[in-house]
Design a protein around this ligand. Sequence first.
Ligand code: FES
Length: 139
Amino acid sequence: MSAPASPDPELRSHRPERRSGCTVVVCRGCCCGNTSKHPHTDHDEHIQRLAEAVAGQPGSHLRISSCLGMCSWSNVVVVRPRGKDAARRARWLGQVLHEPDISALCDWISDGGPDRAEIPVALERLQIPMREETPLPGR
Ligand code: FES
């Protein structure tokens, strides 16, 4: 019979790391990503850059969505944190059409998104005012 293992302080203090990351939902419905409606935006490049930003963040994902019902705000992107109250903390962004917007969004994702960093000032003006009952995309 072997003696019980002595308690290891490092193991005792080990806690599962808090799950981090976010889900970035990019709308590509009828209006978002539409080159006729937004001819001066490189929509494919935006997807590529967001995919690269998400790939660098463990626990983060990129989803492409059909119309999210906010066409007047196209292009729409939703950044959803993890956790049970993700819907409340999700940030809906509209008129994400220009290079500085995508750069700020990629930087925010790289910083960990809503759970880890305040929304960049450059993105605050793009936030879509939401109602409580607005459904959460990409579940
Ligand atoms: S196509 Fe994006 S909100 Fe409708």
